[in-house]
Design a protein. Sequence first.
Length: 131
Amino acid sequence: MIAVARWDHPLHQQKRQVSRADMLGHTLVNIEAASVASAKRQPLAATQRYLSVRTIEAAVDAARSGFCFGWLPTYRIQGALDSGELIPLRMSTGAERQVRLNLICTDPSTSSQELLVLAELLGMHREVQHV
């Protein structure tokens, strides 16, 4: 995920790198799954204005509108990046975030072919934990 905003967003108007303090003055789009308990939500600064959405599509739309900035998955915004509609924020640190994906299978030997392919794509062959 990379920090982006629409090409004409005020965060791009600065002559220097964007700081955390700069970001606090602008609305952040925050993706929150409906099933995630509040204790597991990513902490936000108390003074940060944010727009909570439930889908990646809604977050992309919000950033494309120019209303806010956010960390969005590169693969979902590549077209907007290529066209210059969305531009990565110039930051000294924190411009990219890694998202860890986990797949829990109770018994991989009895799983469907689709699930096994997904497990392989996620790297199951590298790390298997037995619970």
